[in-house]
Design a protein around this ligand. Structure first.
Ligand SMILES: C[S@@+](CC[C@H](N)C(=O)[O-])C[C@H]1O[C@@H](n2cnc3c(N)ncnc32)[C@H](O)[C@@H]1O
Length: 200
């Protein structure tokens, strides 16, 4: 399996902190609650560094496509009760999760891949389960628009990202049987953290 993040994995977290400070980490943790009683599925968690402080309360599964990112996450989250897996999420029989976290990962996928992933996830989420989604939305200010273009080009070049645009997440989620529960904006709404539930 190709490791698209091999080059940038060691610098990824530092880079995001240099450019965005603490805002992305805040978005990834703002809806975290009662972790001890939940089984969490993390898809594309990267190096896991931003979950380090809460790791002792984390139970569930951690899936990564990049072996470099996965190895970093295993080290950063060694006090968690997470099971780490390389590759595309594979469902185990009877395994259900209370929350699925997609943090800055859906924007790396095509619309078709997002739809496929959302449908897969539906089957492993409890009826009261939540999808905790965080990502870049349309940039708002001129500076953000510029930075957005630079980021898209950077990730296409160094991490083989396919997209040249930002997905219409909310349209895709609604079309695929999800309903919006709660949201919070960061960086003037360029980044949003949202909770969604399945409706069918
Ligand atoms: C932009 S990085 C974000 C990493 C981390 N979530 C964060 O916020 O720092 C996207 C990550 O998602 C992973 N990824 C992309 N598609 C994936 C998939 N289908 N399954 C698991 N991981 C995936 C990539 O390997 C990469 O580590």
């Amino acid at each position: 399996m190709k490791d698209s993040y091999q080059l940038i994995a060691p610098y990824y977290n530092l880079l995001t902190k240099l450019v965005f400070g603490k805002h992305l980490r805040e978005a990834k943790t703002c809806f975290i609650s009662s972790l001890k009683s939940k089984k969490i599925l993390i898809i594309g968690g990267g190096d896991g560094l931003d979950y380090q402080e809460i790791q002792s309360d984390l139970t569930g599964e951690y899936w990564e496509l990049s072996s470099s990112m996965l190895e970093l996450a295993k080290g950063n989250l060694q006090k968690s009760e997470l099971h780490f897996y390389l590759g595309d999420f594979q469902r185990k029989e009877d395994m259900l999760f209370d929350e699925v976290w997609f943090h800055f990962v859906l924007d790396t996928m095509s619309d078709e891949e997002i739809e496929g992933m959302l449908n897969e996830i539906k089957a492993v989420l409890t009826d009261k389960g939540r999808l905790y989604f965080v990502d870049f939305f349309q940039p708002v200010t001129t500076k953000q628009k510029l930075l957005n273009q630079v980021m898209i080009k950077f990730f296409r070049l160094f991490a083989s990202h396919k997209r040249e645009d930002i997905p219409d997440y909310e349209i895709i989620l609604k079309k695929n049987g999800w309903t919006f529960i709660e949201g919070k904006g960061f960086l003037k709404g360029w980044v949003k953290a949202q909770l969604w539930a399945k409706i069918d």
